[in-house]
Design a protein around this ligand. Structure first.
Ligand code: AMP
Length: 177
């Protein structure tokens, strides 16, 4: 990807202080989505992280991963699979609980969403502590999916979330803070 495309995306991301609670600087990606050119550049950049490989499925992580993941799936002609928060998926699911800074969270996937041996890419907007992505990776592995890479728009490197993700998985971030 061209550096100036990434710089344009970077410039559009808005820092919202003390959201959703005091002390958090929330990376608001809605200005990127609201600009047709930037949204397309972001989808291009996600596609680039595949390094020419063709996945069977794009796995989008609840909720902003759905937006980027679905756009990517449409772009490259792959299926799309949502990893959702507990209780949202209607069919048979498998789930995993993981720790957040305060308390616990739980994500689920449909049991038949990935066939053993299918190649997948996981997509989310942001890597913070890695808890969410780590749980999604665990679900994909449980179903027998082969992970080509896990791609984020933003990585908050100071939280060292990468260290909490499986070392055999390729992690890509378009922007690192
Ligand atoms: P984590 O499980 O700690 O890696 O958190 C990642 C998830 O929480 C992602 O799905 C993000 O959308 C969201 N998230 C965490 N921190 C932020 C932040 N500072 N700005 C925006 N989203 C965040």
């Amino acid at each position: 990807m061209k550096d100036d495309s990434i710089a344009q995306i970077d410039a559009a991301i808005r820092d919202v202080h003390d959201f959703p609670k005091p002390g958090i600087v929330f990376k608001d990606i809605t200005p990127v989505l609201g600009d047709g050119k930037l949204f397309r550049l972001t989808t291009d950049a996600f596609a680039h992280t595949l390094q020419g490989e063709q996945p069977d499925k794009v796995i989008g992580i609840d909720a902003r991963g759905f937006i980027f993941g679905a756009a990517l799936a449409d772009r490259i002609g792959s299926g799309f699979v949502p990893v959702r928060k507990k209780g949202k998926l209607p069919w048979e699911t498998t789930g995993v609980a993981y720790s957040l800074e305060y308390g616990e969270a739980h994500v689920e996937i449909h049991k038949d969403a990935i066939l053993p041996g299918e190649k997948v890419i996981l997509v989310d907007d942001l890597l913070a502590t890695g808890g969410t992505a780590g749980a999604a990776i665990q679900l994909v592995k449980e179903l027998g999916g082969e992970i080509l890479c896990v791609s984020f728009l933003i990585e908050l490197a100071f939280l060292e979330g990468r260290k909490n993700l499986d070392s055999d998985v390729r992690i890509e971030s378009l922007l690192t803070y």
